[in-house]
Design a protein around this ligand. Structure first.
Ligand SMILES: Nc1ncnc2c1ncn2[C@@H]1O[C@H](COP(=O)(O)OP(=O)(O)OP(=O)(O)O)[C@@H](O)[C@H]1O
Ligand SMILES: O=P(O)(O)OC[C@H]1O[C@H](OP(=O)(O)OP(=O)(O)O)[C@H](O)[C@@H]1O
Ligand SMILES: [Mg+2]
Length: 285
């Protein structure tokens, strides 16, 4: 039987949310503490638990059909790898940082300096594009310590909250790229596997949509329904149902997480009462 092969990080930043998104798609897989290859019971999916940094090569070689990886890793190692879907978690930046006492004004200040990083290609491409020469020192982890131990003058590494930089006396001076977890596709994927990928992607899109949206219900005097409807950025038009109390209706709709509080304030001002907000399990368009 046809199966779709997916690579997922064995352990680390991406592991839990990768398993969770499959779960939300109705696909249950064993979480791989001791098994490196597992088969889902209710979808033709084989899961390979791998080191994150090895995943782009497995995609290039066609050992797996798809993978969940950080976009930043594809920039570093993933020539020819297409992104099917941005997944909205593990958001971070890849940035240049220097010691706090470094008198940094422009990127030219880094010319000729030593940069420690785990992402040499990303760094080289970035500085080449700016016409600046740097001396790259490739290390595989704990990059933020490099300036303190005299290994480098600056670093390029992942920044999220900025607390690792802060704790190591560094400051961010340039953002090279923004990253998040993505569903990446092997250039060698077969037509059969592609058909399964389409099925999986359809489910993932429903899950992502529902994560971004809330179901909203409110009571509205009938003469204010038009005003309220105009505020609601609905999928189609809102559902309106009469309440037992004469002259009032219950209005139902869907709103986006991002605009949520603004919309609620406007609805209250326009006369909505008893507003209820509920999570959405799946959203199929
Ligand atoms: N602090 C962070 N906040 C948000 N996302 C992050 C953070 N650190 C890393 N990431 C993202 O998660 C991915 C995996 O990072 P993680 O540190 O778990 O693995 P790794 O050390 O790169 O790889 P390996 O599995 O090979 O040991 C990174 O490629 C990046 O996209
Ligand atoms: O801006 P922050 O929120 O502090 O996050 C950034 C840190 O997170 C990552 O390391 P991680 O914790 O994954 O450790 P690792 O070096 O073992 O991969 C990254 O390499 C940075 O060091
Ligand atoms: Mg890490």
């Amino acid at each position: 039987m046809n199966t779709l092969k997916i690579a997922i990080q064995k352990s680390g930043r991406l592991h839990d949310e990768s398993i969770q998104i499959l779960k939300d798609c109705g696909i249950s897989v064993y979480n791989g503490n001791d098994q490196l290859k597992v088969t889902a019971s209710n979808f033709p999916l084989e899961v390979y638990y791998l080191r994150n940094s090895d995943i782009p090569q497995y995609l290039i070689d066609g050992v797996v059909d798809i993978a969940i990886v950080g976009d930043n890793l594809l920039v570093e190692k993933g020539q020819n790898i297409q992104i099917a879907e941005k997944l909205g978690f593990s958001k971070c930046k890849v940035s240049v940082a220097v010691p706090k006492i470094f008198d940094y004004n422009t990127i030219q200040d880094l010319n000729g300096l030593r940069i420690a990083t785990s992402y040499p290609k990303t760094v080289l491409d970035f500085f080449n594009s700016k016409g600046i020469t740097v001396d790259i020192h490739q290390i595989s982890g704990s990059v933020e310590i490099a300036p303190n131990i005299g290994l480098s003058d600056a670093i390029v590494d992942i920044v999220s909250s900025g607390s690792t930089l802060f704790k190591n006396g560094l400051k961010e001076v340039e953002v090279i790229l923004q990253s998040e977890a993505v569903l990446a596709v092997s250039p060698q994927i077969s037509e059969e596997a592609k058909a399964l990928l389409n099925k999986l992607q359809f489910r993932i899109q429903s899950v992502l949509r529902s994560r971004k949206s809330k179901y909203i219900l409110m009571n509205v005097p009938n003469h204010k329904i038009n005003n309220i409807s105009n505020i609601l950025p609905v999928l189609k038009s809102p559902t309106v149902m009469p309440l037992a109390e004469k002259g009032w209706s219950s209005v139902h709709s869907v709103i986006e997480e991002d605009t949520f509080w603004e919309v609620i304030d406007q609805l209250k001002e326009a006369g909505a009462e008893g507003i209820l907000i509920c999570p959405i399990e799946k959203m199929v368009l």
